[in-house]
Design a protein around this ligand. Structure first.
Ligand SMILES: NC(=O)c1ccc[n+]([C@@H]2O[C@H](COP(=O)([O-])OP(=O)(O)OC[C@H]3O[C@@H](n4cnc5c(N)ncnc54)[C@H](O)[C@@H]3O)[C@@H](O)[C@H]2O)c1
Length: 439
């Protein structure tokens, strides 16, 4: 929304959220999340045409267009638990809109939702006999955390799903007209509502599938002494495959990939397509397998025991350039190491507060240290879980000197210069490559 405000100074954008702490942070010009460039965009428009409020009802009344971007987590209870989307926040929003709208509204579904949810939204909005009419559009968000501002300012495509009726077409044109202020027309795709909703789930499933595919190959590389980076380069040079998203790692995380695939799996099962559901579920299973394999490798490499050993975790965010730790592989790896009674110390430049919250139940078994040089003090190993640039340029001679020996490096992102670390005396365990070891 901040990008819409910055690109369209004549449009008044009001962001309404029920969480007063988040709104207070936005209002102060200090976003409650870390995202490169976000602070600057917010500050360029705040109090001019960008406003923040907890008055959801009042902002519904004033608006012509309403973007619904509430959370749609995986359901943890009842029918569909563990797979289906929990739509309670989304439905509450639909009812707030219905209760407070006095004039025509275009409601834009921006949350990622199961296919045919816009139809349900339309049904809720027409459930009360009133003079107010609503048009519901699907406009899924394809931004990636860490590059969100760039993705919003220069999107590969904007997708708008609308009804085929005259009114539906008019509503689509209103929304398309806003994006057309900064997005080339040929990148604004107009589809039917169901195609739009399904495309978002399908895009995330396909992206995650690439990661699970290269990660599956990484295990084969380790068993056969091939190098996964060389394999990724060779296959990525085929234009039909492409280079992007072929970086082997400890696994994907984030709030969307797993949730959206599970949602897709649930949909397939709902329609009796068990073979298709099993196919997509395997993408999630390989991701879990990769995280477990990484944790198990740490234990088995360090002489089958990590009891009492200090292990520094470099990075807790699910990827670089974000403070978001939702579904981060680091969470799983830390828990497994604590289970093995290691002393875990977590360091991260942006995600330490979230890490503290996520691992609060582990008590003293985990400590948190902003300075990586202090995190490695007396450590037997360090493991790279997030590909922060910062970790590339550190003084690994000094790190080696501070650690217990033999010193181990487990590079879950293949981020570091492994040969250089080996020369400094480290025993180095990358993903999908032959380990470099002095033992
Ligand atoms: N995070 C991403 O990178 C990303 C990318 C594309 C799509 N999405 C989708 O966007 C949606 C939101 O994701 P997110 O990561 O921003 O979630 P989030 O949990 O960070 O934010 C959701 C916000 O909605 C607010 N909210 C909940 N119920 C409300 C209500 N009734 N009225 C007003 N506000 C309400 C919450 O307080 C919260 O601040 C999800 O459907 C997600 O799948 C997220």
């Amino acid at each position: 929304m901040a990008v819409i405000a910055s690109k369209c100074p004549d449009i008044r954008v009001v962001v309404a959220d029920i969480d007063p702490d988040r709104i207070a942070a936005w209002q102060s010009g200090e976003p409650p999340i870390y995202e490169p460039g976000l602070r600057e965009v917010v500050r360029s428009a705040i109090h001019r045409n960008l406003f923040f409020t907890t008055d959801v009802a009042g902002s519904v009344e004033d608006a012509d267009l309403i973007f619904v971007s509430v959370n749609t987590p995986t359901k943890t209870f009842g029918e569909g638990a563990g797979k289906a989307s929990d739509l309670q926040y989304w439905e509450a929003t639909a009812r707030t809109i219905l209760a407070n709208a006095k004039t025509h509204k275009i409601v834009v579904e921006k949350s990622t939702l199961p296919v045919r949810t816009a139809e349900a939204m339309a049904r809720i909005l027409t459930s009360k006999s009133s003079a107010v009419c609503f048009d519901v559009l699907s406009n899924p968000e394809f931004l990636a955390e860490g590059s969100a501002i760039r993705d919003l300012e220069c999107p590969d495509r904007v997708l708008i799903g609308g009804e085929a009726s005259e009114r539906g077409r008019r509503a689509t044109e209103v929304l398309a007209g806003i994006y057309a202020r900064w997005v080339p027309e040929d990148r604004i795709l107009k589809t039917n509502v169901w195609s739009s909703e399904l495309s978002k789930l399908a895009a995330n499933a396909m992206l995650a599938q690439r990661i699970s595919s290269i990660n599956a190959l990484s295990e084969l590389c380790e068993a056969t002494e091939a190098d996964v980076a060389e394999v990724a380069c060779a296959i990525g040079m085929d234009r039909r495959i492409g280079r992007e998203f072929l970086q082997a790692s400890v696994g994907f995380g984030g709030s969307c990939f797993k949730k959206d695939i599970l949602n897709l799996v649930y949909l397939c099962e709902h329609f009796g397509l068990q073979a298709i559901a099993d196919y997509w579920l395997q993408v999630v299973r390989i991701n879990e397998h990769q995280q477990e394999r990484f944790a198990r490798n740490i234990v088995s490499t360090m002489f089958n025991t990590v009891v009492g050993k200090r292990i520094a975790i470099f990075g807790f965010a699910f990827k670089a350039n974000t403070g978001d730790t939702r579904e981060s592989p680091a969470n799983y790896v830390c828990r497994r190491l604590v289970e093995e009674r290691a002393r875990v110390v977590v360091t991260d430049p942006q995600a330490l507060d979230n890490a503290r919250r996520d691992l609060a139940d582990l008590g003293d078994a985990v400590t948190f240290e902003p300075d990586p040089m202090r995190a490695v003090e007396g450590a037997h190993a360090f493991a790279v879980l997030t590909e922060w640039d910062l970790y590339r340029g550190m003084d690994y001679q000094a790190i080696h000197d501070r650690m217990e020996h033999p010193a181990f490096c487990f590079d879950g992102r293949n981020l570091l210069n492994h040969a250089a670390l080996f020369d400094l005396g480290f025993n180095v365990y990358p993903i999908g490559k032959v380990p470099l070891t002095h033992l």
